[in-house]
Design a protein around this ligand. Structure first.
Ligand code: FAD
Length: 461
C-alpha cells in the first residue's frame, strides 16, 4: 500500500458495512477521509424535502458515531460539491476520490461532470455499486432494451440474487486531520416542532436499520403476503427510509433474509421471504425505469396520458394534504404521514387513487406532497408509485380501476384500528359505519368516479 490519501464521498450510502467505495479506499490508501458534502441545489428541482432532511440530520449523527468507533472521523462540508472536493484534495493531498453510484437524472449528470473534472486534475476518480441489486444497464429484455413490465423484470433478475453477498465493514485507516463544518450549521431540522414525534417511530442509522430488519424477520415475515396489506399492523419491514439513505444495503437485506429463512420453520416463512424479496425488487424496477426514462419525473411514461386534463390547483388539495377529506381511511393515511413521516403502502394507493381519479388532480401534486413529507421520499419509488396509481405509468393499475376507499377500508381495516388511531374523532362510530364518508366529505365518491371515467374516455379514444 502506498502512503496515499483517499477521499470517500458519502451520499446515500451512510454505512460502513457492504460499502464498496469505502472498502476500496481502505484497501488502496494509507489514509481515508470519509466526507459528506451538503449540496441540495445540485439535485434541483427535486432537492430533498423537509422529512428527508430531518432523517439526514440524524443519520449523519449516527454515521459520525459509527466512524468514530471504527477509529475514523466524518467530515462535513458545504457544496458546491466539486469545489468542496477540490479544497479537500488540496488540504489532504488526496490522489483518489471514490463514491457509490446513484441513479437520479440530476445526480447522474452532476457525478459525470465531477468524475471528468477530477480526472482532468489527475486525481483518480472511481465509482461503485452499493445501492442496487441490479444496476439498470445490466438488465434488458430478450429483444434488447429496458423492461417496462415488472413481472418479467423480476423473473430476469431473480436468479442472480443467489450469487450476491455483502461485504463486512473494512478496517479503516486513520483519517487525515482536516476541519469539519458543524452538522447543525446545515440547518436540516425543521424550525417547527412538526417532526418531534418521528423519534417514536424511527431510529435513523445503520443500527436502527438492522434492528428494523431483525424485528420484521422475527415477528412478521411468515405473515407478510397477507399482513403487508393491513395498515394497522406492523407486518412490513419499515426499511424504506433506511434503504433510501443507504444505512443498510439491499445486499445486506437479501443475505439476512436468506440466512433467517434457512433456519425458519414456521409455516409460511418461505413464501413470506420470497414475497418480501419480490417487493424489494420493485425498488430495483423503479430505479431501472427512472434511469432509462428520466423524463418520467415530470411526464407520464404512457404517452396516451400526455394530454390528459388533470386539474392542478383545486380547493380540495389542502383538505387532502391535511387529512380533512371526510373519507375516513384517506384522512387516517394523510395524518399518519404528517405525524410519522410514513404511510402504509396500501393506504398510499388509496389516497393516491382518490387524489388523481376522484379529485382528478395531477399526480405530480401528490408526488410533491409526498416528497416533502415522507421520510422515505425516493425519486424513483415515488415517481413509479404515483404514475402507477394514476394509471399513466409502467405496468400501472388501469386508469379505470378506481379504488373505493370505503370498501378498501372495510376490507383492510376491518376492525377499524387504523382509522381510530389516526382519526380519533371517529372512534365512537360502530365498525359497520366507520369507513363511511362523514357529512363533511369534500366529494361524492360515486359521482366523482363517474366523472373520472368520462374523462378517461378521451384517453381511450
Ligand atoms: C403513491 C406511492 C408513492 C410511493 N412513494 C415511495 C417513496 O417515495 N419511497 C419509497 O421507498 N417507496 C415509495 N412507495 C412504495 C411503498 O409504499 C414503500 O416502499 C413501502 O410502503 C415502504 O414500507 P416498508 O419498508 O415497510 O415496505 P416492505 O413491504 O417491507 O418492502 C421492503 C422494501 O421494498 C421496497 N418496496 C416495497 N414496495 C415497493 C414499491 N411499491 N415500490 C418501490 N419499492 C418498494 C422498499 O424499499 C421497501 O422498504 C410509494 C408507493 C405509492 C403507491
Amino acid at each position: 500500500m502506498t502512503q496515499s490519501t483517499a477521499i470517500v464521498w458519502l451520499r446515500r450510502d451512510l454505512r460502513l458495512a457492504d460499502n464498496p467505495a469505502l472498502r476500496y479506499a481502505a484497501e488502496h490508501a494509507a489514509r481515508v477521509l470519509p466526507v459528506f458534502i451538503h449540496a441540495p441545489d445540485e439535485e434541483a428541482p427535486w432537492q430533498p424535502g423537509a422529512a428527508s432532511n430531518w432523517w439526514l440530520h440524524h443519520s449523519l449523527l449516527a454515521l459520525s458515531d459509527d466512524l468514530k468507533a471504527a477509529g475514523s472521523k466524518l467530515v462535513i462540508r458545504n457544496g458546491p460539491t466539486l469545489q468542496a472536493l477540490r479544497t479537500l484534495i488540496d488540504e489532504t493531498n488526496a490522489t483518489l476520490v471514490v463514491w457509490n453510484r446513484l441513479y437520479d437524472p440530476a445526480v447522474i449528470k452532476r457525478d459525470k461532470q465531477i468524475k471528468a473534472a477530477l480526472r482532468d486534475n489527475n486525481v483518480e476518480a472511481r465509482s461503485f455499486n452499493g445501492y442496487l441489486l441490479a444496476e439498470p444497464w445490466t438488465v434488458e429484455t430478450k429483444a434488447g432494451g429496458p423492461y417496462k413490465v415488472y413481472t418479467p423484470f423480476w423473473k430476469s433478475i431473480r436468479p442472480r440474487l443467489d450469487q450476491l453477498h455483502p461485504e463486512a465493514a473494512p478496517d479503516l485507516p486513520p483519517a487525515p486531520r482536516v476541519a469539519s463544518d458543524k452538522l447543525d450549521a446545515l440547518n436540516l431540522l425543521p424550525s417547527l416542532g412538526w417532526a418531534d414525534g418521528f423519534h417514536d417511530h424511527w431510529t435513523p442509522g445503520a443500527t436502527g436499520a438492522h434492528d428494523k430488519l431483525d424485528r420484521f424477520l422475527e415477528d412478521a415475515v411468515h405473515r407478510y403476503p397477507d399482513g403487508r396489506n393491513i395498515p394497522a399492523r406492523q407486518d412490513t419491514s419499515r426499511l424504506s427510509p433506511h434503504l433510501h439513505f443507504g444505512e443498510i444495503s439491499p445486499r445486506e437485506v437479501l443475505a439476512r433474509v436468506r440466512e433467517h429463512n434457512a433456519a425458519d420453520s414456521r409455516p409460511g416463512a418461505n413464501k413470506g421471504a420470497e414475497k418480501f424479496l419480490s417487493e424489494l425488487a420493485w425498488r430495483e424496477f423503479a430505479h431501472h425505469l427512472l434511469y432509462h426514462f428520466p423524463e418520467t419525473l415530470e411526464q407520464p411514461l404512457n404517452p396516451r396520458f400526455k394530454d390528459f386534463e388533470w386539474l392542478w390547483d383545486t380547493d380540495d388539495l389542502p383538505a387532502w394534504q391535511r387529512g380533512d377529506t371526510g373519507i375516513p381511511v384517506v384522512d387516517a393515511g394523510m395524518r399518519e404521514l404528517w405525524q410519522t413521516g410514513y404511510m402504509h403502502n396500501r393506504v398510499r394507493m388509496i389516497v393516491g387513487s382518490l387524489l388523481t381519479k376522484n379529485l382528478r388532480t395531477h399526480w405530480l401534486q401528490g408526488a410533491r406532497w409526498f416528497w416533502d413529507t415522507l421520510v422515505d421520499a425516493n425519486l424513483a419509488n415515488n415517481t413509479l408509485g404515483w404514475q402507477w396509481i394514476a394509471g399513466c405509468g409502467a405496468d400501472a393499475a388501469p386508469y379505470f380501476r378506481i379504488f373505493n376507499p370505503v370498501t378498501q377500508g372495510e376490507k383492510f381495516d376491518a376492525d377499524g384500528d387504523y382509522v381510530r388511531r389516526f382519526v380519533p374523532e371517529l372512534a365512537d362510530r360502530s365498525n359497520k359505519h366507520l369507513h363511511q364518508p362523514t357529512e363533511a366529505a369534500i366529494i361524492d365518491l360515486k359521482r366523482s368516479r363517474q366523472t373520472a371515467l368520462t374523462a378517461y374516455d378521451v384517453v381511450k379514444a
